[in-house]
Design a protein around this ligand. Structure first.
Ligand code: NAP
Length: 229
């Protein structure tokens, strides 16, 4: 089975994402953290929830959920960066940029300006035009950066008893890496991957999330998802 490592896998998104990927039964997951013990606690919760869930599981066994430091999980075939945007540079630096050589790296990161009292959120694009284009500069040239999963709220990843049937826009410049990430997407519940074009399009996709949160806040909706049909 292929292995997916999640850097910052202990967070709001990371743990639910780990659950969903394991649930699909096609990938094993390693949850990463700055603290190995924190990663272990999260991996135990994921394993326990998969054992007790009443949801429809794939025919075969589910994937396993292991853990380690952020550096440890970079041994995986696919690495997901799941930390706040302003922590990405220091995280990559502390892991060591060489760990990302030739890896498929997924960014689901959406930098945002938050105005919760006024009930609106705005994209907070770095000078490069998107988080992904900024992150690409932090990674070695041999890393294949792909954006995916940017527009799914953490609450939706968590609820593994519920079907997840959103569209997932996948952007990137490496055709093979993009196809690999689209396969990973297809392995999760009923997610539908859509080719969103090159990494240059990532700013558009990252900007959808502040819109979605604003719509949820102003219209009394919860965990709004995106469907392109
Ligand atoms: N939340 C959502 O609904 C949502 C939806 C779509 C996309 N996203 C994107 O997904 C990414 C993760 O979101 P999240 O809500 O899961 O974030 P989060 O829970 O705030 O943080 C994720 C993990 O980042 C690590 N972290 C926190 N502070 C750090 C620091 N100073 N240095 C290094 N690592 C640090 C922590 O892991 P350890 O303490 O274990 O190291 C934490 O568990 C964000 O970039 C966000 O834009 C979020």
């Amino acid at each position: 089975m292929k292995l997916v490592g999640i850097i910052g896998g202990t967070g709001n998104i990371g743990e639910g994402l780990a659950r969903r990927i394991c649930q699909g039964g096609k990938y094993d997951v390693l949850i990463g953290s700055r603290e190995a013990a924190k990663a272990e606690a999260a991996a135990c919760r994921v394993t326990e929830s998969l054992q007790t869930c009443t949801c429809e599981l794939p025919g075969g066994p589910v994937g396993t959920c292991g853990c380690g430091t952020n550096a440890n999980v970079c041994s995986a075939d696919i690495i997901i960066l799941s930390v706040p945007f302003d922590k990405v540079a220091s995280t990559i630096e502390s892991i060591g940029v060489a760990c990302f050589e030739k890896k498929i790296v997924i960014s689901l990161i959406n930098p945002m300006l938050r105005y919760p009292k006024e009930k609106y959120f705005l994209p907070d694009r770095p000078v490069e035009g998107s988080a992904a284009l900024a992150i690409q500069k932090m990674l070695p040239p041999s890393a294949k950066l792909i954006t995916a999963f940017n527009n799914v709220a953490s609450g939706k990843w968590e609820l593994i008893d519920e079907v997840l049937d959103y569209s997932i826009v996948v952007c990137g410049d490496d055709k093979e890496a993009k196809a690999t990430v689209m396969d990973l997407t297809r392995s999760i519940s009923r997610l539908q991957p859509l080719d969103g074009g090159p990494l240059a399009m990532s700013g558009v996709v990252e900007s959808i999330t502040p819109l979605v949160i604003t719509l949820a806040l102003r219209n009394g909706l919860k965990d709004v998802g995106v469907y392109f049909r």
